[in-house]
Design a protein around this ligand. Structure first.
Ligand SMILES: Cc1cc2nc3c(=O)[nH]c(=O)nc-3n(C[C@H](O)[C@H](O)[C@H](O)COP(=O)(O)OP(=O)(O)OC[C@H]3O[C@@H](n4cnc5c(N)ncnc54)[C@H](O)[C@@H]3O)c2cc1C
Length: 401
């Protein structure tokens, strides 16, 4: 029986892990260590209600203060883990070594940046509350134009929210359509039209050559030679897992903390959330999932795994699931779509931007995507969980219509 658990990363996966341990009756010490000064908060609203100004920071809390107090944690905020040695069961926090009994790594990810833009005012990424505060202040300052680099989910949400400020918005995407890497061109073009109809100047199929400006950003030069003048740039080109502190730790680091299928990274060490990469047995492939729901579920799973023997341990095999809000549309994706999957419209219409499509490959149902179709997404998610074939999914769609 363990006497203590140390959790590094005081955000979604870390807090859900601590809550799970207490709910399951663990009464030993739980240290929750995070390098941000804020009490654990939720990130999805940062690009939505918080950025728009509808919510203030006090609504972002992941748990009410009294619930966090009730967990009886050794909560250490503003403290960074700087090293780990799994052989000696030692973690280093702000340069000071301390032992651990069980360790859960939940250090998440940070935004990719464009090299050469450090130190140029007006160029931002959006990952944490401080980023959100800075971008919101810049939007309130009536910028001439916002340029969003990258039309993935975060970029698309930032563009949609910026439109609400009445500011001209240009969104630049290297692929032929927004979200194209995940959804393919057919559905990507519906998302493109959604943004264009809201006035976004969408430039697809072009990259960013240079972000120009000496002290402050002045323009963005694109790979097709165009120059877009701007005083506010938000870069949304993906994230990298926070694993630098784990170099030489004895763990395998390969685009995240490599775990086994039960989320165990080494004896007495598990990982969860955006930082964890594990072989999901449902798909037979290594994955690192950057979704809210995954951080919740994997946080709980990795916490329980620390309390289990290898005989008791169970694989972590979710169907990944994600949502995004853009304008008045709620989009949801469950499963693993690839751009070259077969796509079938199973409900609604692209024109009305209320629809559900399913994706299939090799005779299997692989994913479902919905725009303002939450019920259908959840129904097909159920089929994904049961391992339905493509034909079973099509039969199901037929019965529903
Ligand atoms: C703007 C935004 C909008 C999003 N919207 C959606 C959405 O609509 N739907 C959805 O499904 N998902 C969304 N996500 C993704 C979701 O928020 C993440 O998947 C989730 O936050 C991952 O949780 P995590 O705990 O694994 O990592 P994180 O939330 O990244 O937390 C990791 C924590 O660890 C800290 N840390 C890092 N290194 C150290 C260290 N060495 N020592 C101590 N602490 C450390 C970090 O500072 C951070 O506080 C969004 C994310 C962002 C940024």
């Amino acid at each position: 029986m363990r006497s203590s658990v140390t959790i590094v990363g005081a955000s979604l996966a870390g807090l859900r892990a601590a809550e799970t341990l207490r709910r399951d009756g663990f009464d030993g010490t739980i240290s929750l260590i995070g390098d941000e000064p804020h009490v654990p908060y939720d990130r999805p609203p940062l690009s939505k209600q918080f950025l728009s100004g509808d919510w203030e920071a006090d609504r972002l809390a992941l748990s009410p203060p009294e619930r966090i107090t009730g967990l009886d944690l050794d909560l250490r905020l503003g403290q960074r883990a700087t090293g780990l040695d799994v052989c000696s069961h030692t973690i280093e926090v702000e340069g000071t070594a301390e032992g651990y009994d069980g360790l859960l790594i939940a250090t998440g990810a940070r935004c990719r940046t464009i090299r050469g833009t450090e130190g140029i005012d007006g160029v931002y990424t959006l990952r944490n509350l401080d980023d959100g505060l800075a971008i919101r202040a810049a939007l309130r300052d009536s910028p001439r134009r916002v340029v969003v680099v990258g039309a993935g989910f975060i970029g698309a949400e930032v563009a949609a929210t910026a439109v609400g400020y009445g500011v001209p918005v240009t969104m630049v995407e290297a692929l032929p359509a927004p979200l194209g890497r995940v959804l393919g061109d057919t559905v990507g073009s519906v998302v493109a039209e959604l943004h264009v109809d809201h006035g976004v100047d969408l430039r697809c199929g072009v990259g960013v050559e240079e972000i120009c400006g000496t002290d402050s950003v002045e323009s963005v030069r694109l790979s097709d030679g165009a120059v877009v003048e701007t005083d506010l740039v938000v870069v949304g080109i993906g994230v990298v897992p926070n694993t630098e502190w784990l170099e030489d730790s004895g763990l395998t680091i390969d685009n995240g903390v490599l775990c086994d299928e039960t989320c165990l990274a080494a004896p007495d060490v598990t990982a969860a959330g955006d930082v964890a990469r594990w072989p999901n047995p449902r798909y037979g492939e290594l994955m690192r999932v950057e979704h809210w729901d995954n951080a919740v579920e994997q946080g709980a799973h990795a916490a329980r795994r620390l309390m289990q023997s290898s005989e008791e341990a169970r694989p972590f095999s979710p169907v990944p699931w994600f949502w995004s809000d853009q304008y008045d549309r709620k989009v949801q994706l469950a499963g693993r779509a690839r751009p070259d999957d077969e796509v079938r419209l199973v409900d609604g219409s692209f024109q009305e931007r209320r629809f559900a499509v399913i994706y299939g490959r090799g005779g299997r149902l692989t994913a479902v995507f919905g725009m303002n179709r939450p019920r259908q997404v959840m129904q097909f998610k159920g089929l994904l969980e049961s391992g339905a074939s493509w034909n079973e999914a099509l039969d199901f769609a037929e019965v529903q219509t």
